[in-house]
Design a protein around this ligand. Structure first.
Ligand code: TMP
Length: 201
């Protein structure tokens, strides 16, 4: 079977991790060979970089932040994603390059063309076949995170609004790849919608 790369995107508190994990378990229950990971993370180096990136005490410039996300990605591509593709597996990934475009590009103002250029290097040209963008109004998402916010969650509501707008701009540009799913009150209903899209795909 030809491998497939499915990513999940969305702003804070949208339930991405829950939904992507539910999809992973569903695909596995169908007897498919699936690899599941999160970004930044998934392998030792990338998890270490994640800790630095999310630590509220880290002082990181927008440029360094962009490159650290890319470095974490480069390692997980080399160690997990590329080998998974070579053995024909489905890869389900919680976030990927679109996150850098939304958070560092639209959110922090780093040039999107430059992000795509460096992104192509970091990912060795690997890009998702299907992306589920889970959409939830910013304030509802941030409500779920009122205690111990990480360095990125601590940013202003207007920053997170820019990120959300960024995702909509990406989805508008690539409607065949990026599917917008409105987050429902009931997580099983959201998952049903996701499975509908994935099954059709
Ligand atoms: P998570 O909370 O979804 O696990 O992601 C970690 C945080 O990192 C989240 O606030 C989004 C942010 N992020 C970026 O800013 N740029 C990126 O490229 C990625 C992958 C995540």
């Amino acid at each position: 079977m030809k491998s497939k790369f499915i990513t999940f995107e969305g702003s804070e508190g949208c339930g991405k991790s829950t939904q992507s994990e539910m999809l992973y378990r569903y695909l596995k229950s169908k007897g498919l060979k699936v690899v599941y990971l999160r970004e930044p993370g998934g392998v030792k180096l990338s998890e270490k970089i994640r800790d630095i990136l999310l630590d509220p005490d880290s002082k990181i410039s927008p440029e360094a932040e962009t490159l650290l996300y890319m470095a974490a990605r480069a390692q997980v591509v080399e160690e997990i994603i590329k080998p998974a593709f070579c053995s024909g597996r489905i890869v389900v990934c919680d976030r990927f390059l679109d996150s850098t475009i939304a958070y560092q590009g639209f959110g922090l103002g780093i040039d999107v063309k430059l992000i795509k250029f460096i992104g192509n290097f970091a990912t060795q040209g690997i890009s998702p076949d299907l992306t589920i963008f889970l959409d939830l109004p910013v304030k509802s998402g941030l409500q779920h995170r009122h205690n111990c916010k990480d360095r990125i969650e601590q940013r202003s509501v207007s920053y997170h609004e820019k990120v959300r707008k960024g995702y909509f701009a990406l989805a508008k540009k690539e409607p065949r790849r990026i599917k917008i799913v409105k987050v429902q009150e009931n997580r099983f209903k959201t998952q049903d919608k996701i499975r509908e899209i994935v099954n059709a795909f």
